[in-house]
Design a protein. Structure first.
Length: 555
């Protein structure tokens, strides 16, 4: 059971101090201080898209003022204070863009629900006006020639791109050679999960409203779980990967991260849509089921229409017991969540996965699925580098050389896992028989087996605690933290359950409470391909009944 109660601030051991107010005087980055207006004061803490829109409409708040408030908060918690290291780049044109939002709203009204809403992009999403580093100091100043598909979509709808969120280097972990270690705002001894580490920490700490992460195996849902957020991994291909630095294009997808299910649905609606530049997008939208295919392809689907109370009534949910048993506190939170689902009318069915399936497709003990899938990395990465300017290295060999001769002599050396990815890719190829077998047999078989589980148990979705252990103590090349209160788990992790197949299954995580250390954890719903709307509805119904989301506590 939760020790702290719902809707309150969460105070955990070693919690990072975060305050709701804004800085006074000059911004630490040299910008102007927020202006004060007469009348009711807008509360930045935990503000939602709807809160901001209402404040705009009532003229209680302008986009310039909101942007100044976020810039001041970023300065307080990135440049000083907690030093979360969650944002790599602040948009230098943010205030100018905010002024344009205010002018347009005065003259023409709002374009849509995200008009003037500050959004952070993970720093592997291309932006024509800011560097896209992929977490690597080698690309620190690399400005792409154009926007990624999702960046264009957000600008078109009037969203304000506030900056680029820090990420694990080459989309792994929560450390990089630009910012160092991203810190969990709930407990400075613990990590945030990776690789969308900055997206998770920044939204949890109220440094922006919304963020885009990317998820190859767990990189949206993991940081969302460890930072008390909602995170959605959609069916792979529903969000274009064009203009996103690749990790593994067999599994890669972007995904929305927010503090509420409603805001997650709004961001997903904004960035999903057919993109001819992404072959998987064309394939996935071509197979989109039912009468919504044409609207889906146009990016016309409003996923907020699925957000209804009583969505769980009659839903048949498979409780995957294999993902319990790691930490008694998490099991207690999950059991409490299951009671809530029952009270909302869901029908719960305990299921246990075949041990051979767990060994082969989840723990990877037999298949080494991810290792073999990464045989494509060098080809994909060098294809991405070819889209960048001449000042950027163009081969994996060049990256290895720069890391070994320059970066590793700096105060922020590269992680061993990054070097292993790069050096291994020099000796592997998609022509390898193991890779061909993975693509032709292993991943299609994983898809078949997962769909068979849904059919055999007549399930609408599966449900489980997303992690069986709270965020682990920080381990990085520059410092490590000992924390004997951490309870490690040897249970299988469900992170690869959704993604490692020929079709990416959607999954959403939603806050389900806090442990004794003040650390959050989430409940996960996983569905069949194309069931994002259904999952959003389940998550919304549970969220509205439980209301577990709470901001990190000030010290």
């Amino acid at each position: 059971m939760n020790r702290f109660g719902r809707r309150g601030f969460i105070a955990g051991a070693g919690a990072v101090g975060l305050t709701a107010g804004t800085a006074t005087g000059a911004d630490a980055r040299g910008g102007p201080a927020p202006r004060r207006r007469p009348g009711p004061r807008f509360d930045l803490e935990e503000a939602t898209v709807a809160d901001i829109a209402a404040a705009y409409d009532s003229r209680e708040l302008t986009c310039v003022e909101l942007t100044e408030m976020y810039l001041a908060r970023i300065a307080a918690h990135e440049d000083g204070g907690a030093r979360l290291n969650s944002i790599t780049t602040v948009n230098p044109d943010a205030l100018r863009a905010a002024e344009e939002v205010d002018r347009e709203r005065r003259r023409r009204g709002r374009r849509g629900p995200l008009h003037g809403i500050p959004v952070l992009l993970k720093d592997n999403v291309d932006t024509r006006d800011m560097a896209t580093s992929n977490g690597s100091v080698i690309l620190r100043d690399s400005v792409p020639p154009d926007d990624a598909f999702i960046a264009r979509a957000l600008r078109r709808q009037g969203a304000l791109i506030l900056g680029k969120a820090s990420m694990g280097e080459f989309a792994g972990g929560s450390y990089n050679t630009i910012d160092g270690q991203v810190v969990n705002p709930y407990n400075a001894k613990r990590n945030t999960g990776g690789s969308s580490a900055g997206s998770g920490a920044a939204i949890a700490a109220n440094l922006a409203v919304l963020a885009i992460g990317t998820d190859t195996s767990t990189s949206v849902r993991g940081p969302a779980s460890f930072c008390g957020l909602v995170g959605l991994r959609p069916t792979t291909g529903l969000i274009s990967r064009d203009g996103i630095a690749p990790k593994n294009l067999t599994f890669d997808t972007a995904g929305p991260m927010a503090r509420t299910v409603t805001d997650t649905a709004l961001l997903f609606s904004a960035v999903a849509g057919l993109d001819p530049a992404d072959p998987l997008s064309v394939e996935v939208y071509g197979d989109y089921p039912g009468p919504l295919r044409r609207k889906a392809a146009r990016g016309d689907l409003d996923h907020t229409r699925y957000l209804r109370r009583r969505s769980l009534r009659g839903a048949r949910l498979g409780v995957v017991r294999d993902f319990f048993g790691g930490d008694p506190e998490i099991d207690a939170l999950a059991d409490d969540a299951l009671d809530t689902l029952r009270s909302l009318g869901a029908r719960l069915v305990d299921i246990t996965l075949d041990p051979e399936f767990v060994e082969f497709y989840i723990t990877g003990g037999g298949a080494n699925i991810r290792d073999v899938a990464d045989y494509r990395f060098k080809e994909d990465w060098e294809g991405y580098l070819a889209t960048l300017g001449p000042e950027v290295p163009k081969t994996v060999e060049e990256f290895v050389h720069i890391y070994e001769t320059e970066v590793n002599a700096s105060p922020l050396p590269v992680e061993d896992s990054v070097m292993e990815l790069l050096t291994t890719s020099l000796t592997t190829s998609t022509d390898a028989p193991a890779y061909r077998d993975l693509m032709r047999r292993v991943l299609p078989e994983a898809t078949r087996l997962k769909l068979a589980m849904f059919d055999r148990h007549r399930l609408d979705a599966m449900v489980f605690p997303y992690e069986s252990s709270f965020a682990a103590p920080i381990r990085s090349p520059v410092f490590s933290v000992d924390d004997p209160t951490h309870v490690p788990s040897s249970r299988p992790r469900p992170s690869t359950f959704a993604g490692y197949s020929s079709v990416g299954f959607p999954g959403i995580v939603v806050p389900m409470g806090f442990g004794a250390q003040g650390l959050p954890m989430t409940l996960s719903f996983m569905g069949r391909p194309y069931s994002e709307g259904q999952l959003l509805g389940y998550a919304y119904d549970y969220e509205q009944e439980s209301l577990w989301r709470a901001a990190p506590a000030p010290l």
